[in-house]
Design a protein around this ligand. Sequence first.
Ligand code: ADP
Ligand code: MG
Length: 688
Amino acid sequence: MEISQQLQDVEWIPRPKILALRRLGITTAEGLLTHFPRRHEDRHQFPKFPREESDKPVCLSGEVIKTSLRRFGGWKKIFEATLQEPDANALSQPLTCRWFNLHYIQKMIATGQQLVVFGKPRLRGSRICMDHPEFEVIENDEERSIHLRRITPIYPATEGLSQRVLRSIIYRLLQELDTEPIEPLLPKNLKNGDRGQAIRAIHFPETWESFEVAREHLVLSEFFAMQMLIASRRNESHSKLSAARGGRGELLEKFLRSLPFALTTAQEKVIAEIRHDLSVGHPMNRLLQGDVGSGKTVVAIAAILLAVEAGHQAAFMAPTQILAEQHYAVLRRWLEPLRVKLSIRTAARQEESFLPLVEGEDKADVIIGTHALLYEKVSFPNLGLVVIDEQHKFGVVQRARLIRQRPDEPAPDVLVMTATPIPRTVTMTVYGDLDVSTLDEMPGGRGKIITAVRNSAKLGEVLSFLRAQLEAGRQIYVVYPLVEESEKLEAKAAAVEYERWRERLHPWSCELLHGRIPGPEKQEIMERFRSGETKALVSTTVIEVGVDVANATVMLIENAERFGLAQLHQLRGRIGRGEHKSYCILLTSEPSSETAEKLAVLEKTGDGFEVAEADWEMRGPGDLLGTAQSGLPALKIGNLKRDAELMQRARRAATSIFASDPGLVAPQNQRFQQLIVEQQGRTFSNVS
Ligand code: ADP
Ligand code: MG
């Protein structure tokens, strides 16, 4: 049998199982053989039943000597199965496995059966229990050797397919698979070895060492394929032509002279990088990373001015209306004296009259907008530069859409900016087609931010602190998470919260801001806060990104445990923007050790990268990237964190192939062309 075999043509697989597999998107032998185990159990020999609790799950085997079904609390039920270990003696303690309200379990387990269970042993009274263990009934058939006395694969749970059935099908497929070596997807210098061998060993390894070797092979294959696609995209964009768009820089010089501060060294370095990009004949594709407050806007303006001076239009995109309006205000202040013409487009500003984008004397040089701009029918005939702010709020697809151009137009230069520090492996994947610049220095003259976690029960003390700050002339943010899902409830919850805070902060003026407030009104509220007329802003996370009010020095975050670390760090970035000392107070009513550990990270460090690393450690990469997570490629076996080093190796290999053979025409490289075509369909296919 060949690996490309259709499963429906394999006679011995029962039809209902074929259907169940198809529901998982598995239709070929290869598809099934790359449905990798999620873990393995060493079933050579099972340990003795434990006598103590453990936080590490263990794998045990025993005979069911008793089952019982008990009711509790009215209609709820507990099903219990008592297991006895093999070679039990008088001192042996049985193990009680318990399932709550899972009616189907009782139909699967009966006295006399042999079970393998996997779970955490817990002490309940004098009994050792396992609650909701994973389990498998061992049957006395000729297939026993597939499931026992080996390192046994455990697959991701699949409806309609038991572990046993799935394992048996995969076992037999592997037996029938041709023993001829399958051509590796990897270049020789990256990893030697046979792909078929690796696939066998990833399912049924002889030893843990052979499993590790197989895993490395397959992870590298996966990463390499992905990096080849990314490298090919990069290669493509580098071979595209664009007009050199760097102006002479006079406008930029004027702008820099008008600033009330000197650039940081980091800003200077990044502006030079951008200037270089713009001066060469292929389009810029650059990611600018910089922690909140590091001064990305100035860099964006520098890029915009270079493009404008060279006679092009620039678009500046923000994820929210508030932010677009803020950028508009900042750019007006700085650019109108330089006679640069600005126009704004947001969903809320549809009706107003704009400077025309296209014709006439008054044609806008810079168009600022929200992503509503993305979907607009207007095309920019002269678009030379696109700046996308707070990229993590946009998905990869939106980015692609924004910069999609007509084939006959020269590609615009693109600068994407993000305040979410991104671990390197993620940068290498989601943003792998971009060059990366980092603003690794904060402008001087910033007040310190002190972060403190407080129990909600201590609200009284916190309130007197807030009042003292208001008394001293400062302004404050109060942020709370919304739990309601419907718009109506959400608005209502916000209103209730707001009333409470108005009373608490009386007589200081207080306003409410949330996502359901219509655009223009939102704008007025923000303006009153910026001007200092409003002293306290009670808000949802709509203020999360970019908002810049230097006199606001206190941020109180309610139910802080409901936010992710990266998000809390973003929120905190709203303060500490002026010369005054700032305070971020994280209120929580849930002092569990996990919450405490999480929030303590913010007390300890103000560095976005450290926060991101800790966040990643605790929650995995998905949440870290927020909505952009939808742009993460679907990985079958590799793990972005654990396998960071393999990703680097794969990336180096892919880059060097394209560097020496951009057309992939050398005989040893031609096979990679197909690989890239396959990846096109696969890699970013899970993007919403
Ligand atoms: P972010 O990187 O979070 O977008 P901003 O661009 O909004 O940061 O900058 C934050 C604040 O710092 C703004 O008020 C900006 O004018 C100011 N700023 C930027 N660069 C400097 C600098 N080199 N020195 C002092 N202040 C600066
Ligand atoms: Mg910003």
